[in-house]
Design a protein around this ligand. Sequence first.
Ligand code: AMP
Length: 218
Amino acid sequence: MRILFLGAPGAGKGTQCKRLSAKLSLPHLSSGDLLREAVKAGTPAGVQAKEYMDKGVLVPDEVLIEMFKEKLSSAECKNGFILDGFPRNLSQAKSLDELLVSLNSGLSTVINLDVDDSFLTERICGRWTCGNKACAAVYHVKFAPPKVQGKCDVCSSDLTQRADDKEELVKARLNTYREQTEPLIQYYTEKKLLKTVSGEGDQDAIFNNLLQSLQVTA
Ligand code: AMP
């Protein structure tokens, strides 16, 4: 299966994609995670990306397209993939179409994880992630707190907050989503690929709805 996730920042794409990746044994390709790794490693792409990420706006398309060309052509993706955060605008979506045609494949389904605006800021600003990359468990101060404050339940590593999950940047990120990414809902609806799943409520229930819409047995 070749699955793409759409959804506003804070909709829970990362959490659900991780679960789905484990369930279907497919690689989870998160553009945000790949960019954060590049920033941390100080690669030329990372250095370029950082100034945009720090403002909550989109990194130039060429950086993302190059990154995903390499990933999607690799052996890791030969049986399918789960895309999270790419594409993020119409021009990236068209580049992805071209790339998939050149690889003789196409998307199976696009999931729109739908969450009402009123929940997003609180969800994002309370989010903490395990600093151990191999674990990367996600917590929320209010909705899913760790047992010991600041420590991961799974591996006891320190929890960290993403630099762009601070309130002053969240507004910019949500505006970017509305202006540039939301039009993709229409784009994939017209291609008859879009399925909407509610991202509100209990995480297990959301995951079960997701499996149902992908016609995967739980
Ligand atoms: P995310 O973790 O998906 O919320 O992404 C964090 C930041 O990375 C975004 O605010 C953008 O600055 C950048 N980013 C992630 N994906 C893309 C993309 N497909 N195109 C451009 N910038 C992106």
